[in-house]
Design a protein around this ligand. Structure first.
Ligand code: PMP
Length: 453
């Protein structure tokens, strides 16, 4: 029989067909809503990513709380996707829900600061270590603005990204490698100017390639996640992040660490856990418990240089900020989240449970001898349908088997389990239980049984 990723391609095809039919039968209300919505929404959804689940039609949600989601047909799900990190600390954490209700009676946005601003500044510095902060609305925005600051500070035009990176819909980062050459990320719509003019791209975990790219001293900043989490999962090899910091310092390039996903690592994110020394740190998605909000922090040295850049550019428009950024509601939610939700105690629950999840799925894989593996950064675990841990974006891309993954996703969904749609990512939140984790582990095992010859 033909095999893909160590499982039967015929059985994968059969599973996709069977589970798609099963999904359709199970979800009549979602199907009806999808049909009705198609009259007024482009492709039937308010945001086209909602189609990326590859289900016959989108699952419509009725309710979500903690680690559990309920659809409009009344099925309950163990949610390991958690809004692809936006709800990494659980759906509607009680302190955030209370803060939102409280602020709702006092106005939502005034383009003026509130008392919460004083407290949130202290909380961000206490949690992440960097002394100065700004708020934006999405991780995309935080990254865009930081890239602009880095160019303003260094007066260099170029930035550098790693092949397979994702930092949001931030134009400058849409560059990939193909046969050693920079190209536009495939699929971009309406891209009329050449992004490779100002963005260099090299493979992650390759210090010599990085040095070659930085040597001309024309790179304002390197922006990266400490482990690539948007192309499966690529972990840094021992010494790599230290080398990255040394080389960026050597060539006057600033280092931007995007913690949006790797906040899963532990309290204060990967940066604090592994004592990284970024010039700028960005984080969005879960920072205000699911209310649109992001932040970027910087060192005192960078803050001083931002002032110089402001003086140098003179009066006018900075090209940064959006009207609703740092609104009163976002600050209130962020304060509650930082004070009461993203706590040490939360991580003390999440980390061992994610470890249980990762080792549990690993054991199911080993028992059945499929050539797969599991990686995790703290509360974020990913099972990959390939034998070797990828060292870079190219290897990670080659390790993706979309059809196999689709079969698994549909199988799990029909059995009350949601994992991230784009790859096999699972998140554990403070409300996740051992029983939910064990249900996932057993279901992945049962799914592999069905896919094997
Ligand atoms: N940075 C990273 C590392 C991300 O994974 C993402 C989203 N997946 C973003 C930034 C962008 O987040 P947003 O879509 O909320 O702007």
């Amino acid at each position: 029989a033909n095999l893909e990723a160590g499982v039967s391609t015929d059985k994968v095809t059969a599973m996709i067909r069977r589970e798609s039919d099963h999904y359709t039968q199970r979800n009549p209300t979602s199907q009806r809503f999808a049909r009705e919505a198609a009259s007024h929404w482009h492709n039937g959804v308010p945001m086209h990513w909602m189609l990326d689940w590859s289900t016959p039609f989108p699952l419509f949600v009725a309710d979500a709380s903690g680690s559990t989601l309920t659809d409009v047909d009344g099925h309950k799900y163990d949610d390991f996707c958690l809004g692809d990190t936006g709800s990494m600390f659980g759906h509607s954490p009680a302190p955030v829900a209370a803060a939102i209700a409280e602020q709702a009676r006092h106005g939502l946005t005034y383009m003026l600061p509130t008392e919460d601003v004083v407290e949130v500044g202290k909380l961000l510095t206490a949690k992440f270590g960097l002394p100065y902060w700004q708020v934006a609305t999405t991780a995309t925005d935080a990254n865009r603005f930081v890239i602009r600051w880095c160019r303003g500070i260094t007066k260099r035009n170029k930035i550098l990204v790693f092949h397979g990176c994702y930092h949001g819909s931030c134009d400058d980062t849409f560059v990939r490698l193909k046969d050693g050459k920079p190209i536009h990320r495939p699929g971009l719509i309406g891209q009329v100017y050449d992004l490779t003019t100002h963005t260099k791209v090299v493979e992650f975990n390759d210090l010599p390639a990085l040095e070659t790219a930085l040597k001309d001293r024309d790179v304002a900043c390197v922006i990266t996640e400490p482990a690539l989490t948007n192309i499966g999962m690529v972990l840094p090899q021992p010494g790599y992040l230290e080398g990255l910091r040394q080389l960026t310092r050597k060539y006057g390039t600033l280092l931007v660490i995007d913690e949006t996903h790797t906040i899963s690592t532990g309290y204060g994110g990967y940066t604090r856990t592994h004592r990284l020394e970024p010039d700028f740190l960005t984080i969005g998605k879960p920072i205000a418990g699911g209310i649109p909000c992001s932040v970027y922090g910087c060192t005192a040295e960078m803050a001083a240089k931002m002032k110089e850049a402001e003086t140098a550019s003179g009066p006018g428009y900075s090209g940064m900020g959006t009207t609703l950024s740092a609104n009163a509601m976002a600050l209130k939610a962020m304060r509650a989240n930082l004070e009461q939700v993203m706590t040490l105690a939360a991580y003390e629950h999440m980390l061992p449970l994610s470890e249980r999840l990762a080792r549990g799925i690993e054991a199911e894989i080993r028992k059945r001898n499929v050539p797969w593996h599991v990686s995790n950064v703290g509360a974020r675990a990913e099972f990959v349908c390939a034998p070797e841990r990828p060292r870079n974006g190219t290897e990670a891309q080659a390790a993706m088997h979309h059809k196999v993954e689709l079969a698994i996703h549909l199988y799990l969904l029909n059995r009350g389990i949601i994992i991230a749609p784009f790859h096999n990512m699972t998140l554990v939140c403070p409300a996740t239980t051992a029983a939910q984790v064990d249900h996932l582990i057993a279901s992945v095992g049962a799914c592999i049984d069905e896919l094997q010859n």
